[in-house]
Design a protein around this ligand. Structure first.
Ligand code: SAH
Length: 349
C-alpha cells in the first residue's frame, strides 16, 4: 500500500486529514511547516515520538527524494534525479544565476505530446505527478541547498506537459501561496506548454499570474506539426490568440520558445514569416539552441544561422534573446538523465 502523500494537501486539508488522530489543533500547522521544509517525520523534533512514528506509518513526507545529483564541471548547474514512491523517477535541473536559483520541475513521468526533438517524449507518458510530487522536488532541493539558500524561481520545464496534468499543476501552484517553507511568488514561476489552447484559456482565468511560456518552434503550421505532433489539434494562429488573451487577462507578456534546429526552422524566410506573424504582439521570443538527442537525428543550427535569425527578428521589432545553455555537459536538457536511468534499470533486469 503506498502511503498517503501529505505534501499534496493544503494546510486546511492537512488539518482535516489529521483530525482522525485527535491531535491538538496547532499540530497540523507544525507538521505542515516541516513538510514544506522537506523534513521527514522522524526529524520533526517538536512532535512527540509516538506521533512521529504513527505519521510515518501512514504518510510519506518526501514524495520526491533525490536519488542522484550531478554537478556540471563547467557551470554551477546541478541535475537531480528524483525517486517517487512507486519506483518512477523524474528529473530536475538547478540553475544558479547571480540573481538567484531556478529549479526546473517535472510535471509528469514521461510525456505524450510526442515532440520529435525531446527526450521526455520517448516511451510516452507513464503517469501524472501529484501536487506533492511536484512540490517535493522543490523542497528536496531546498534541503539539498541548506544554508546555501533556497530555490527562488521555478520553471515547469522538466518532463511532461503541465497543461496535460492541469488540476494537479494548479493545485501545486496554489500550495506555494499557503506554504510556510517553500514560499515563492507566482511571478517567479514560469509554466511552459506546447500550446494546449483550451487549457491556456482556462489558465488565464485562474488568477495565478505565472509567466506563460509557449513552445512555438516554428513560423507556421506545416513546420510546427512535424516537430510537435500535438500541435495538429491547435493551429498556430489559435495558439497565438490564446497568448494574446493571456496577456489581456493577466497583464503579463508571454514568452515564445523557439529551438533553432539546423535545416528545419532557421531559414531567412522562416525568420521573416515569424516576425510578420508576431508583428504588434506583446511577447518575447526566447531562441534556444537545440540540445541534440541521438534518437532524433536533429542538430542545432550554426552560430551564423542563429545570429541571422535573431537579427531578422530584431529588425522586425520583435523582442528577442538567445538563451545561454546551462548544464549541457550533464545531460541538462529535457529527460536525458531519466532516459539514462531507465536504460540502466533496463540493463539490470
Ligand atoms: N511540455 C512543455 C515543457 C517542455 S520542456 C512544453 O512543451 O513547453 C521546456 C522547453 O524545452 C520546451 O520549449 C521544449 O520544447 C524544449 N525542449 C525539449 N527538448 C529540447 C531539446 N532537446 N533541445 C532544446 N529544447 C528542447
Amino acid at each position: 500500500m503506498p502511503r498517503v502523500d501529505l505534501l499534496s494537501f493544503t494546510l486546511e486539508e492537512a488539518a482535516e486529514e489529521l483530525r482522525g488522530l485527535s491531535l491538538p489543533k496547532y499540530r497540523a500547522g507544525q507538521i505542515f511547516a516541516w513538510l514544506h521544509k522537506g523534513v521527514d517525520f522522524p526529524a520533526m523534533v517538536n512532535l512527540p515520538a509516538d506521533l512521529r512514528t504513527s505519521l510515518a506509518e501512514r504518510y510519506v513526507a518526501q514524495p520526491a527524494v533525490i536519488l542522484e545529483n550531478k554537478l556540471s564541471g563547467r557551470d554551477d548547474t546541478v541535475k537531480f534525479l528524483f525517486g517517487l514512491q512507486d519506483g518512477q523517477c523524474v528529473e530536475g535541473v538547478l540553475m544558479r544565476y547571480r540573481h538567484g536559483r531556478t529549479l526546473c520541475v517535472s510535471t509528469q513521468a514521461g510525456c505524450r505530446m510526442g515532440c520529435v526533438f525531446c527526450a521526455s517524449a520517448i516511451g510516452g507518458r507513464v503517469r501524472n505527478l501529484t501536487p506533492g510530487e511536484m512540490l517535493g522536488q522543490v523542497v528536496s532541493v531546498n534541503r539539498y541547498l541548506g544554508d546555501a539558500g533556497h530555490v527562488s524561481r521555478v520553471v515547469l520545464m522538466g518532463s511532461g506537459e503541465p497543461l496535460d496534468n492541469y488540476a494537479n499543476v494548479i493545485k501545486f501552484l496554489r500550495l506555494f501561496t499557503g506554504s510556510s517553507g517553500a514560499m515563492i511568488s507566482m511571478r517567479r514561476i514560469s509554466l511552459s506548454t506546447c500550446g494546449l489552447v483550451p487549457e491556456m484559456l482556462k489558465l488565464a482565468r485562474e488568477g495565478l499570474p505565472v509567466t506563460l511560456c509557449v513552445s512555438l518552434h516554428a513560423p507556421n503550421d506545416a513546420v510546427r506539426v512535424k516537430l510537435i505532433p500535438a500541435a495538429s489539434s491547435y493551429p498556430i494562429e489559435d495558439v497565438l490568440q490564446a497568448c494574446r488573451n493571456y496577456t489581456q487577462v493577466t497583464g503579463r507578456r508571454v514568452i515564445l520558445e523557439y529551438a533553432l534546429i539546423d535545416g528545419v526552422n532557421t531559414s531567412e524566410s522562416d525568420a521573416r514569416e515569424l516576425a510578420e506573424r508576431l508583428r504588434g504582439m506583446r511577447c518575447h521570443v526566447n531562441l534556444i539552441p537545440l540540445n541534440p538527442i541521438p534518437e532524433s537525428g536533429l542538430n542545432p543550427s550554426s552560430e551564423a544561422d542563429s545570429e541571422r535569425f535573431e537579427q531578422i527578428l530584431k529588425a522586425g521589432h520583435v523582442s528577442v534573446t538567445r538563451r545561454r545553455e546551462l548544464g549541457d555537459d550533464i545531460g541538462g536538457a529535457c529527460g536525458q538523465l531519466r532516459r539514462s536511468c531507465l536504460s540502466r534499470q533496463e540493463a539490470m533486469k
